[in-house]
Design a protein around this ligand. Structure first.
Ligand SMILES: [Mg+2]
Length: 385
């Protein structure tokens, strides 16, 4: 029996410069990227493509037969970003070329600045896929919603009543600091899963598989740009791909967690907690305090590799209340100004420009005779290294 043909969907994104600060991708840069993808389509490298943006992030959605991490696909994306960055530089866009950390492409965009989420599968007769794209936050922002979609029966009724979902799902959790990952089962290990992914700055849900047959269900781009670059060059705005229906949670179950605008790290200078606001694609443009962080959901049907759609899934009054709540939360958080927990904690701030400010205060501190610490040395974060 011959192996059935697989389809791969690759979502690769980069911030190559934007209009009016970190606000929105310029249409001319999108056109430059689309031209490269059109050529790749005419050469048969990709089957189909869709170019869009989430705020200041240029997003390339591509389908092909070449599998995950295919050099030809990554090179196509890289070339598209390079061409778009050239236009960005011409136009004097803000932070032109920001996410392209090298001049030398070496077969894969991972580690070079752009982020990639890719999955390969044999198409079902009808293959609904949702592409989530967020701006002004980090990959761990998807931890809470993905947990709810694939492990919480109060979100996904199918976990209880659909025999195809009833065995549960496996979570591949990546430790972005150590470069290691662990695979854990839900519902059996749900408390252990939560013990890890409740720290979304470090432990990130990278993939979700259906337990009964190991079928890929979801994938998240987990590159942490600030760690790659070794210095702060912006938060790594994440993308995720989730399959829905017929053995996976329904589209409505996949969207349901976003009715709760949970707090995520990112927002201004990648240094503040704020609510993740689900928005229509036309509203994926951050303004207030460069935010609040936003997420877009585009729904496609994939047929013989063709991308049918998209449907702009958060373009719906059903998410108005989540947006209103996000505004209220944004007001509340903003009133903390530079105070935690609006501003991120010291371990996250190490990757920002704050240490430079603290450095010059070091010499101002004098030893306090009244405060003598006995026993083991007390670690004081950031200051007094
Ligand atoms: Mg961005």
């Amino acid at each position: 029996m011959s192996q059935k043909q697989t389809t791969t969907i690759s979502v690769i994104k980069a911030d190559i410069g934007s209009l009016a600060g970190h606000h929105v991708v310029h249409p001319d840069t999108m056109a430059a990227a689309a031209k490269v993808l059109a050529e790749a389509k005419s050469k048969g490298i990709v089957i189909d493509y869709y170019v869009t943006h989430a705020g200041d992030d240029l997003e390339l959605i591509m389908t092909h037969r070449k599998g995950v991490d295919a050099p030809e696909i990554h090179e196509t994306a890289w070339n598209a970003f390079r061409e778009a960055a050239k236009v960005a530089k011409d136009l004097g866009l803000y932070a032109a070329g920001q996410d392209l950390l090298t001049d030398a492409f070496s077969g894969n965009v991972r580690g070079l600045g752009p982020a990639a989420a890719e999955m390969e599968f044999i198409e079902r007769p009808a293959e609904p896929v949702i592409v989530f794209m967020a701006d002004k936050t980090e990959p761990g922002a998807f931890n809470l919603p993905l947990y709810k979609v694939f492990a919480d029966p109060f979100t996904t009724a199918g976990l209880v009543i659909d025999p195809k979902l009833h065995d549960g799902f496996k979570f591949e959790i990546y430790d972005v600091m150590a470069g290691k990952y662990v695979v854990m089962n839900a519902p059996e290990e749900m408390y252990d899963i939560l013990a890890l992914i409740g720290t979304p700055g470090r432990f990130v849900v990278r993939k979700v598989y259906r337990k009964s047959d190991n079928e890929i269900a979801a994938v998240v781009a987990v590159e942490r740009l600030n760690l790659i670059a070794g210095q702060y060059v912006g938060k790594d705005d994440p993308v995720a791909i989730v399959r829905a229906q017929s053995g996976f949670p329904a589209v409505g179950e996949v969207l349901e967690p976003f009715a709760f605008p949970h707090l995520v790290a990112g927002w201004m200078r990648g240094s503040h907690f704020g609510p993740l606001m689900p928005v229509a694609q036309r509203n994926a443009r951050c303004t207030r305090f460069d935010g609040p962080p936003r997420v877009v959901a585009l729904g496609f049907q994939i047929k013989n590799g063709r991308l049918i759609g998209p449907a702009d899934l958060f373009d719906d009054p059903a998410f108005d209340e989540a947006r209103r709540q996000a505004q209220v939360i944004a007001d509340y958080m903003r009133r903390h100004g530079p105070f935690m927990p609006h501003r991120l904690g010291p371990e996250e701030m190490e990757y920002t420009t704050l240490p430079q400010v603290l450095q010059k205060l070091q010499s101002r501190f004098v030893e306090s005779k009244l405060y003598q610490v006995k026993g083991p040395k007390v670690k004081t974060e950031l200051l007094h290294e």
